[in-house]
Design a protein around this ligand. Structure first.
Ligand code: PAF
Length: 281
């Protein structure tokens, strides 16, 4: 696996890769790679596909005073994981290439970005959309590979690519969980051991929601209340949202009479976690 930083190096590496491979898949990440990212890379690697991984902690998707500064950075370990998972190219963009002095353009996402993460992290999806458009403009991938855990991000980016006439397709890879159900996240490493135990309330809440719906519960508010009640049992956890929504429009569902999705977000101490799960009536 080759590693590049500057746009010039990236351009050269991509020219070489394109001559030997039919397709380029981009796995955009903020680094601190774990088994969830590894699954994204492994999903994309194929005989006719070369995987380009980016690690860039994107400042424009963090609100003021949030964890941009302390977000984990581990470039050596990232390179080892990306290489062993089969990536062909690791791009570690320089800040000055992505946000050069004097830059002033942002992608402004519409109402699809207003609920859940968008409500609790104002401006977050504008930052995500802006950086992803920059990354794909530079790398021109055929496929963009994203994780199911950030389902709203997937839906938002599908909308953005459609609206901006980008032909890149999006591949979605299922959430990777620890054996006890905790969804893998680079932020899990912030959790103290007692917080780590309480964090299981998120996946337990989602499991209860899925079970209730599978057993015939069709009332969206009742399922949301079930999730809130389970998370309320964890004393140091503050729920931000527990929502049942349509998987594509992200509108809240009053009645669950078709495949739906449950979304949860909570803060535990200084750590904010999200998780999601499909609901099948
Ligand atoms: O999901 C992430 O890690 C980030 O939001 C992304 C897509 C890499 C953009 O910075």
């Amino acid at each position: 696996m080759r590693t590049v930083t500057s746009l010039e190096e990236l351009k050269g590496a991509l020219t070489d890769l394109r001559s030997g491979s039919d397709r380029i898949a981009l796995v955009p990440t903020m680094g601190a790679l774990h088994r969830g990212h590894e699954a994204l890379i492994r999903h994309a690697v194929g005989p006719d596909t070369t995987v380009v991984v980016t690690c860039f902690v994107n400042p424009t998707q963090f609100g003021p005073g949030k964890d941009y500064e302390r977000y984990p950075r581990a470039p050596e370990a990232d390179a080892r994981l990306a290489g062993s998972a089969g990536a062909g190219l690791l791009w570690l963009p320089r800040m000055a290439d992505i946000y050069p002095p004097g830059e002033m353009t942002r992608v402004r996402v519409g109402p699809i970005a207003a609920s859940m993460e968008g409500l609790h992290r104002p401006g977050h999806f504008d930052g995500v959309a802006t950086v992803v458009i920059k990354l794909i403009t530079a790398a021109r991938p055929d496929l963009l590979v994203l994780g199911e855990k950030d389902w709203q991000q997937v839906v938002v980016l599908r909308q953005v690519l459609r609206d901006l006439l980008w032909p890149t397709t999006i591949g979605v890879v299922p959430v990777v969980r620890e054996a006890d159900g905790l969804a893998l996240s680079s932020r899990n490493q912030y959790l103290a051991s007692t917080e780590r135990v309480e964090a299981l309330a998120l996946s337990h809440a989602l499991a209860a929601a899925a079970e209730a719906v599978a057993n015939g519960e069709t009332d969206g508010a009742t399922v949301e209340l079930t999730m809130r009640e389970i998370m309320a049992e964890a004393p140091s956890l503050t729920v931000e949202y527990a929502t049942v929504a349509h998987p594509e429009t992200l509108l809240r569902l009053v009645r669950i009479n078709r495949p739906a999705r449950a979304f949860v977000a909570a803060r535990i101490g200084k750590t904010r976690l999200i998780d999601t799960r499909a609901l099948t009536p």
